[in-house]
Design a protein around this ligand. Structure first.
Ligand code: BG6
Length: 485
């Protein structure tokens, strides 16, 4: 252990930002790329949900199609990240840029070359890439053909995609994350994220069709097997590779100290968070999950060798996203709060952002201790941040002090967690440059240190400008988290 860890962040700590291809790159059909599942999602708002269309509809706004055009502006953006002093950058690869149909005989060279260029640029600035292999997207052709992760065929397509990436970027990329927020499949919203759709009476894909827990948990099993195969393969191709899981951490406190409420909190924690973490880190389904499946009539179809595969594909690090917490158990009616896929009840001790996500820095320390106690492997916080509406002042500046306050309070709690003994190795603030919101498709929900001139309807110059938080984060990184003022 680094001796400095008793005082602050270890000297090897990685600081940076995080993005996802479908929310950032744009160029959705350029240079051989074809539609991904994310490319079929229309824009929405805080109150109007996004919609999934089977075909690209004329005159409809699809936020991922242009996003904020990292595809053509990566040099400029990486330059800005370097100026802030990033030592790492979490990004994802768009699967359908590499395998446009998911099951093509050969990968798309132009797609591979794009990421060669991005990695070269990061390398030039001494920024370590942390690469998510599938961040809430898959080639839409796999949905058409196999209903995405509902089918086992998708496992082989994914593993071949991984093999292509591992061989191509060996020596360039060290850190890989197999799936973004894999546990989102535990709730209905996750089905589309896995490209697994239900068919309604008219025979069309329809995300409002009745939810099927059976389909979701089977799709989740396929992803867990695919992840394990990828981990094993990565270690064979390059023993230096470090491969991690990524959990959307749903922090739910018991609503009262009634034993029943505490038990509910424990059970939600098990199913929402620990189920996927346990399979990834320990290599097997926990007993509570087996019981849950039995009680709910869910039958996971496993093939010979699946259990063995899960054992062999245990991850090297545990990463998670953390934005908010909520309360579970008994509460009065009408007291609900939305959240990042997982919602719950309001906590009277917390405030919320404009989208109702409750702000809870101490919860981050709680979660860090909780997961490290359980898994004892290196931990990364790979998403955290404040979605807020920013105002451009008459002089062109953006005074996002609310964002600085949010991040400062969370980083302070991470520092406490490091003092507690948690082996925390990296922090990547979400949406370090403004990108499309995943839940609503809006641009107005901004997280960045860098402002991008674009509105909810897709209009704007895409010009980048620094917010007040830009210089603040630069100072945080330069002081290795010691100077948070
Ligand atoms: C996480 C996702 O769930 O939350 C990101 O991994 C997403 O893709 C982030 O952008 C923040 O959510 P939103 O809806 O505010 O963009």
């Amino acid at each position: 252990m680094d001796m400095n860890s008793t005082k602050g962040f270890p000297s090897t700590f990685m600081w940076g930002g995080a993005t996802a291809a479908n929310q950032y790159e744009g160029a959705w059909n350029a240079d051989g790329k074809k539609a991904s599942t994310a490319d079929m999602m229309t824009g929405g708002t805080h109150t109007i949900p996004r919609r999934i269309s089977r075909y690209i509809e004329e005159g409809v706004h699809y936020p991922s199609h242009e996003a904020v055009d990292f595809y053509h502006r990566y040099r400029e953006d990486i330059e800005l990240f370097a100026e802030m002093g990033f030592t790492c950058f979490r990004m994802s690869i768009a699967w359908s840029r590499i395998f446009p149909n998911g099951d093509d005989a050969e990968p798309n060279e132009a797609g591979l070359r794009f990421y060669d260029n991005v990695f070269a640029e990061l390398n030039k600035h001494g920024i370590e890439p942390i690469v998510t292999i599938s961040h809430y997207e898959a080639p839409f052709a796999l949905t058409e053909k196999f209903n995405g992760w509902a089918s086992r065929e998708t496992i082989d397509c994914y593993v071949r995609y991984c093999k292509t990436l591992f061989e191509r970027y060996k020596g360039t990329v060290k850190y890989w994350i197999t799936f973004n927020e894999i546990n989102s499949l535990v709730v209905p919203a996750g089905a589309f994220l896995a490209g697994a759709l239900l068919v309604d009476d008219s025979g069309l894909f329809n995300n409002t069709a009745v939810d099927s827990t059976q389909l979701r948990f089977q799709a989740l099993h396929h992803q867990l097997v695919a992840s394990a195969r990828a981990v094993k393969l990565a270690h064979e191709i390059d023993p230096e590779f470090r491969v991690g899981c990524m959990i959307n951490y749903s922090c739910g406190y018991g609503s009262t100290c009634r034993p029943e409420d505490m038990l509910t909190a424990l059970q939600k924690d098990q199913m929402n968070n620990m189920l996927c973490g346990d399979v990834h880190v320990r290599g097997e389904y926990p007993e509570f999950a087996e019981n849950y499946f039995e009680r709910n009539g869910i039958r996971i179809h496993m093939e010979d060798g699946d259990k063995e595969t899960l054992k062999q594909g245990r991850v090297d690090f545990y990463s998670f996203s953390y934005y908010k917490s909520h309360v579970v158990g008994t509460r009065p009616e009408g007291d609900e709060t939305p959240g990042n896929v997982f919602g719950g009840f309001k906590n009277p001790y917390l405030k919320a952002n404009d989208w109702g996500w409750q702000i809870d820095p101490v919860g981050l320390r709680y979660v860090l201790n909780h997961v490290y106690d359980r898994y004892r492997i290196p931990v990364m916080v790979v998403e955290n941040g404040l979605g807020a509406v920013d105002t451009v002042e008459a002089d062109g500046s953006i005074q996002d002090t609310y964002r600085i306050d949010f991040l400062r309070d969370h980083i302070e709690q991470m520092r406490e967690a490091v003092r507690d003994g948690v082996n925390l190795i990296a922090y990547t603030a979400w949406g370090c440059i403004d990108i499309v919101s995943a839940s609503t498709g809006e641009m107005a929900k901004r997280y960045g240190f860098v402002y991008v001139d674009k509105d909810n309807d897709g209009k704007g110059t895409l010009k980048r400008s620094k917010k007040k938080s830009f210089d603040w984060y630069k100072k945080v990184i330069a002081s290795n988290g010691a100077d948070l003022d």
